[in-house]
Design a binder for this molecule. Structure first.
Ligand code: FAD
Length: 302
């Protein structure tokens, strides 16, 4: 079985940032993960140090090259399980292999819950977004809809008022649960909540209108999906890792309740942004480096 001092699960901004620190500290560092969702033709406009827009694809390629320069090995493989062995080290089982490791950093991100709109994927990055903090700016003064029935949708709609006054929430036919103060705030911001279901999107070079189940249409330049997140870290639950809803729980050093297991990025929840993931990856790596030096200084790696 191959042996690594640090195994990082996830090759997104958090995992790659952690890999840069771990490999630069001279530890044998393996990153397991395939291309993250952001590694497409998405325009990143809010990441420090890039005065011109950079694509998600280029940002991730640069991060990978940087981690590899310091000796990190990055492999596209899916982790299926992690077990703690009697010697307090971990066995990480993947689709292709097994790895013995001293410390694990979980940087698996989250998946967005999708609203069941037939051709949603055709418009991702062309009007469909999952993040107001990322893309709200691109819809200044435009007509946007937010899909979701709960507080998250209300929050995203209220955040959108920084960019445009023309916002409608659509609940996909569900009864809205954003009641109380949220309903008052939505009313004050003149944001209607429609209990209707969108089934198709239309537009030539980007989103232009949405089509409801009853065949009616509504013009829209942007559609923000705000239904919620799903976990990508289920494989780690058998360790007894503490979680809150779909998110993992870690302290301010990004240590989980399991000694030797650290976590960073979207899988911890909070402000789901590249800059936060990169920062948390650095903190998790610093903690993991300290753990390895203390607990496994004599570990032979292959
Ligand atoms: P991710 O980037 O999600 O990476 C998760 C990694 O874990 C992937 O490599 C995946 O393959 C791997 N993984 C998951 N499960 C397993 C497993 N079982 N085994 C092995 N590997 C696994 N943020 C901004 O700051 N600005 C923006 O403009 C912006 N635009 C966005 C546009 C889109 C379309 C999306 C989806 C997100 C956007 N975000 C933006 C948010 C940003 O992408 C995330 O906050 C960031 O990527 C989180 O990084 P992460 O490393 O925590 O997780």
């Amino acid at each position: 079985m191959e042996t690594k001092q640090i195994t990082i699960i996830g090759a997104g901004p958090a995992g790659l940032s952690a890999a840069i620190y771990a490999a630069r500290a001279g530890l044998s560092t393996l990153v397991l993960g395939c291309q993250p969702k952001i590694a497409g033709d998405y325009e990143i406009d809010n990441y420090f140090g890039f005065p011109e827009t950079i694509s998600g694809k280029e940002l991730i390629e640069r991060g990978r090259a940087q981690a590899e320069r310091f000796g990190a090995e990055i492999r596209c493989d899916r982790v299926l399980s992690i077990h703690m062995d009697e010697d307090m080290r971990f066995t990480v089982k993947t689709k292709d292999t097994e790895i013995k490791t001293c410390a694990v950093i979980l940087a698996t991100g989250v998946s967005r819950v999708k609203p069941g709109i037939d051709n949603l994927g055709d418009y991702e990055g062309k009007g469909v977004s999952y993040c107001v903090s990322c893309d709200g700016f691109f819809f200044r003064g435009k007509k946007v809809v937010v899909i979701g029935e709960a507080f998250f949708a209300a929050n995203q709609a209220l955040e959108l008022t920084n960019y445009t006054p023309d916002i409608t929430i659509i609940t996909q036919g569900k009864a809205p649960t954003m009641n109380g103060d949220y309903r008052t705030m939505l009313d004050e911001a003149s944001i209607p909540v429609l209990e209707k279901k969108v089934t198709r999107l239309e537009g030539e070079n980007g989103l232009e209108r949405i089509v409801f189940e009853d065949g009616e249409t509504m013009d829209a330049d942007g559609l923000f999906v705000a239904i919620g997140e799903a976990s990508s870290s289920d494989f780690a639950y058998t360790l007894g890792i503490e979680r809150k809803g779909v998110f993992l729980v870690a302290d301010d050093k990004k240590a989980t309740n399991i000694p030797g297991v650290f976590a960073a990025g979207d899988c911890l929840g909070g402000f789901l942004q590249i800059s936060v993931a990169v920062g948390e990856g650095a903190v998790a790596a610093k903690s993991a480096i300290g753990y390895v030096k203390k607990e496994c200084a004599d570990m032979e790696t292959t």
